[in-house]
Design a protein around this ligand. Sequence first.
Ligand code: FAD
Ligand code: NAD
Length: 473
Amino acid sequence: MSKDYQIIVIGGGSGGLTVAAGAASFGAKVALIERKSSLGGDCLHYGCMPSKALIHGAEEIHQVATYESLSSKAYDSYFSKTMARVSEAVKDVQHHDSKDRFLDMGVDIYESEARFVDSHRIQVGNEIISGKRIVIATGSSPFIPPIDGLDSVDFLTNESVFSLTERPEKLAVIGGGVIGIELSQALSRLGVEVTVLEGAPSILASEDEEITSIAEELLNEELTILTNAKVKQVEEADGKTVLTYEQNGNEQRLEVDQILVATGRKANIDRLNLSAAGVYVTDGKIDVDSTMQTSQPHIYAVGDCNGSMPFTHVAGMEGKIVVSNAVFGLKRKASYKKVPWVVYSSPEIYHLGMTEKEARDQYGDDLLVFKTKLADNDRFMAERNTAGLVKVMTKGNGKIVGAHAIGPGAGEWMQEVGTVQALNKKFQAISNIIHPYPARNNIVSQTSDLYWREKLFDSKLNDAIRWYVKKFR
Ligand SMILES: Cc1cc2nc3c(=O)[nH]c(=O)nc-3n(C[C@H](O)[C@H](O)[C@H](O)COP(=O)(O)OP(=O)(O)OC[C@H]3O[C@@H](n4cnc5c(N)ncnc54)[C@H](O)[C@@H]3O)c2cc1C
Ligand SMILES: NC(=O)c1ccc[n+]([C@@H]2O[C@H](COP(=O)([O-])OP(=O)(O)OC[C@H]3O[C@@H](n4cnc5c(N)ncnc54)[C@H](O)[C@@H]3O)[C@@H](O)[C@H]2O)c1
């Protein structure tokens, strides 16, 4: 006899845990299926947490190295110590996602790979359980490109790189997207000689072009970045790994100790037997509508497996929507227009909404672009961190359509723009808020002041004001 649940959640990562906790807190009978022995998913074990712990540790060593040059012996020692701290950080955060916490909430946990038997029943080990509603939250895994010889070498991915205990001297990173760039810079700061091979004309292709070009210039001081570089072949020779790549029509070779592959993600759906459940898939991702429903109205999909936006905060947002829709029968819809993200490079990159190119295509002459260089802000001048930019784009009336920045801590201080946008306020509202001097977010109000300058001082209204002041004051 099968056990019946109101909600079955497949996958115990960021999206799945949000749904399981939310549904259980409202009294639903919930089963959570996770194939790994611990909960938390990619974000906790191979993603956000270890990468941010690594970036922080590497930043500390980088600070030391700006004052005194470090020997390779010192780098070896710092590398091992930093990696040990990374695994301790993951263990600490694991308490938040412990099985006991979910058992205490009344959730039944199955440690097994889930496989659909039909649209309501799921095989978990030797058991079959059934759900009135089912939520798929199985995440994604590294996509491995078909490069000749790659499968014959022991390459790293985000699933193995955090287990390194010894410093590789030379590392090739294939892919200059968010994962490739964050990890390359952190590892290089720990004494690894890193070469990034990016197949496209630039790294971080989703970012605003002006921001990317500043990032590329700054990162090139610490790493070697090769763009338009197509890796053709990988082979082992004399204990080293040799990559053959083509760049601008020339074939070149690069000898390294190890390779890290960071060339995008693929949804974890292969083993779910989705066809038995009648759940449709397009381009390897589960089809969902804006209420997160799949082609089967009682089955939902959240997080990386639906291919919307692969971020933890998006998996969480989608999870909350599913709690409302699956538990309460509402029809809440997801909107991605106001979702910011941060690339945790040094300096950080903040991204909200459209890039300038996208905004120009959409709004043409109605688009206003306000920019402040970090070199024009007292705090960044004082810190001698002047290579960076804030760029906010609005419609003529001040409605924010895009905001981007590159600068130390930009992920924190730029969110002020995201908050104002989310509250449906206009960009110029920031200008009226007093910012403590010289907090870094002064650069945001400084940029907002430009709106008034544009409206008042570069317009016919300015002539009228000047006439009034001359005549009557
Ligand atoms: C290196 C790296 C750094 C990142 N940094 C950030 C960051 O700073 N900020 C950010 O917002 N995002 C970041 N991300 C992205 C973030 O990790 C993902 O977007 C997020 O984990 C997606 O959550 P999810 O619930 O969809 O999937 P996951 O968290 O991966 O959870 C899916 C779970 O489902 C389980 N599962 C899969 N198939 C089955 C099955 N058939 N049966 C049972 N269980 C199954 C898996 O074992 C896993 O535990 C990063 C990713 C990487 C790789
Ligand atoms: N800070 C964050 O929030 C954060 C951090 C890490 C990851 N993530 C999420 O994880 C997702 C995946 O990251 P990612 O970096 O793997 O993917 P990505 O899509 O951002 O970048 C992959 C890069 O690899 C390049 N590439 C693909 N095949 C190649 C090949 N054969 N040779 C050379 N280059 C090749 C692509 O052109 C692209 O630039 C991101 O989109 C992001 O949403 C978020």
